[in-house]
Design a protein around this ligand. Structure first.
Ligand code: A2P
Length: 304
């Protein structure tokens, strides 16, 4: 599996299995299939996805089949209600317990915003605006660094960080983030943010690399006529073209699926290469369109 070198001299497989919206009851079988049958070596998890226990049970079965822990790159994420330094280590320990692991390869701050802790995962006020907690990102990052020093996690990073948030973080980070995980697909290609992160030696993971068809429906870039045309040319599927485009931009991609046929299909992207004209055509599809936008959920213009 092709890998990306991270700024702490570790390597991260360029393709992984996403697990956001992977339903309990299905996610375990998907993990087993991905690792044992389709050759995946990277799994992307998060506490907020509510399925880490089942993933942990599936991983136990995987280890019993002779796969070694160090062969699989496993990411998880700190949820926004756990930013208080008093809660960071406990949150990480809970994820490790659920996943039945001794360490994570990568732990990300899921968003650059702290939520009030005692009213559920997404506490809204009476106007539908998220209730924040007065915890500066710096405090949370210092606790994330402690997790590395205590060997709970090998690397730390961020998700959904803007350039300004990264600039601020780099002012005080003793351990630099290795990754910024953001929404990336041809309708939201974020070329400038990718360039900036790479300039700062921070790599990118693309979430929703297929344009999140479960949220986007027919508006997903899988249905864009230029993508379908390019797919025909290479005798590949639209999904494979989108993933190949990500790989050629040296951006790690974590397509989610719980369907064995698609899990396999999404892994078969290392036997062809898009030519310059195809890449330009795909780049031209950008509309700066997000399918994942907290303005809708939390009443705040997070990305503005
Ligand atoms: P499913 O899990 O039912 O197979 P993204 O990673 O961009 O968020 O996309 C995930 C969504 O895309 C899921 O709804 C998943 O459905 C679907 N999906 C995953 N792989 C493919 C594929 N190769 N072709 C079409 N849809 C796919």
């Amino acid at each position: 599996m092709q890998a990306i070198n991270l700024n702490n001299n570790t390597k991260m497989p360029i393709l992984g299995l996403g697990t956001w919206k992977s339903d309990p009851g299905k996610v375990g079988a998907a993990i087993e299939y991905a690792i044992l049958e389709a050759g995946y070596r990277h799994i992307d998890c998060a506490a907020i996805y509510g399925n880490e226990k089942e993933i942990g049970e599936a991983l136990q079965k995987v280890w019993k089949q002779g796969i070694k822990r160090e062969e699989i790159f496993i990411t998880s994420k700190l949820w926004n209600t756990k930013h208080n330094p008093e809660r960071v280590e406990a949150a990480c320990r809970k994820t490790l317990e659920d996943l039945q692991l001794e360490y994570l390869d990568l732990y990300l701050m899921h968003w650059g915003i702290a939520f009030e802790p005692d009213r559920g995962n997404e506490p809204l006020d009476k106007n539908g605006v998220i209730k924040t907690e007065n915890i500066p990102t710096r405090k949370t990052w210092e606790s994330m660094q402690t997790l590395v020093n205590k060997d709970f996690v090998k690397s730390i990073g961020v998700a959904n960080f803007t350039a300004a948030m990264i600039i601020d973080l780099l002012n005080y980070a003793k351990i630099k983030p290795v990754i910024n995980q953001i929404e990336l697909h041809p309708y939201n290609s974020q070329l400038e943010l990718i360039k900036f992160c790479k300039y700062k030696d921070i790599e990118l993971t693309a979430y929703s690399p297929l344009g999140n068809p479960s949220l986007a429906g027919n508006m997903s870039p899988l249905n864009a006529p230029p993508i379908q045309k390019i797919a025909k040319k290479y005798k590949k599927t639209s999904a494979q073209i989108l993933l190949r485009w990500s790989i050629e931009r040296e951006v790690i991609a974590i397509p989610k699926s719980t369907t064995p046929k698609r899990i396999k299909e999404n892994s078969e992207v290392f036997d062809f290469k898009l030519d310059q004209k195809d890449l330009e055509q795909i780049n031209a599809l950008n509309q700066n369109h997000r399918f994942v936008n907290p303005a809708d959920w939390w009443g705040i213009p997070y990305f503005s």
